[in-house]
Design a protein around this ligand. Structure first.
Ligand code: ADP
Length: 164
C-alpha cells in the first residue's frame, strides 16, 4: 500500500479496547496519517461521552505519531472527504461482522466512489472482544484489565461496578 495515504478509522469506541488498538497500530504502519474518528450517534446512549472517549483514545495512543483523534457526526464518507482521506479502515472479527460491514462498505461506495473501505482481520486473541462484552463484564464486577488499557479498566470499575 502506498505510504502517502490518509485514512479514517471510524467507530463508537465506547470504550476503546485492545482489539481497536491492534487495528490502529497495524493501520498506522501502512498509512501516512490515521484519524481515529468517534461517531456522535444520536440514536445510541453511550457509557462514555464523546469527550471522554477522545481523551481515552488520545491517552492510549500517545506512543503513535501519525495519528489524530477527532469526532464527527453525519455521513462517514462526507467526513472523510472533508479530511482529504481516501481510505476507511474497519476491523473484521468473526463472520457475524461481515454482512453488516459489507453492506456499509457498499453503501459508502455508492455515496462516494472515490473512498475505499479496507478491512483488517482481527488478531486471534481479540476476535471475541467488543466494547459491549467489556461493559457487560465490568457491570458484573469482572476483571477487564486484559481487554482494555488500565485507565479505562479503572473508569469502567468506577462507573459500572455493582456497588455503584
Ligand atoms: P461500531 O459501533 O461502528 O461497530 P466499534 O467501536 O464497535 O464501532 O468498532 C469500530 C470498528 O472496530 C469496527 O470496524 C469493528 O468491527 C472494529 N472492531 C471492534 N472490536 C474489534 C476487535 N476486537 N478486533 C478488531 N476489530 C474490532
Amino acid at each position: 500500500m502506498p505510504k502517502n495515504l490518509i485514512a479514517i478509522y471510524p467507530g463508537s469506541f465506547d470504550p476503546i479496547t485492545f482489539g481497536h488498538l491492534d487495528i490502529i497500530e497495524r493501520s498506522c504502519q501502512m498509512v501516512e496519517m490515521l484519524t481515529v474518528a468517534v461517531l456522535k450517534n444520536p440514536n445510541k446512549t453511550p457509557l462514555f461521552t464523546v469527550q471522554e472517549r477522545i481523551a481515552q483514545i488520545t491517552a492510549a495512543t500517545k506512543h503513535i505519531h501519525n495519528l489524530k483523534v477527532d469526532s464527527f457526526t453525519g455521513l462517514t464518507v462526507e467526513y472523510a472527504q472533508q479530511q482529504g482521506a481516501k481510505i476507511l479502515i474497519r476491523g473484521l472479527r468473526a463472520v457475524s461482522d461481515f454482512e453488516m460491514e459489507l453492506q456499509m462498505a457498499h453503501t459508502n461506495k455508492t455515496l462516494n466512489h472515490t473512498i475505499e473501505t479496507i478491512f483488517l482481520a482481527t488478531s486471534n486473541e481479540h476476535s471475541f472482544l467488543s466494547s459491549s462484552v467489556v461493559k457487560a463484564i465490568a457491570e458484573f464486577g469482572g476483571q477487564v484489565d486484559h481487554l482494555v488499557p488500565a485507565e479505562i479498566a479503572e473508569a469502567l470499575r468506577s462507573r459500572l461496578s455493582p456497588q455503584n
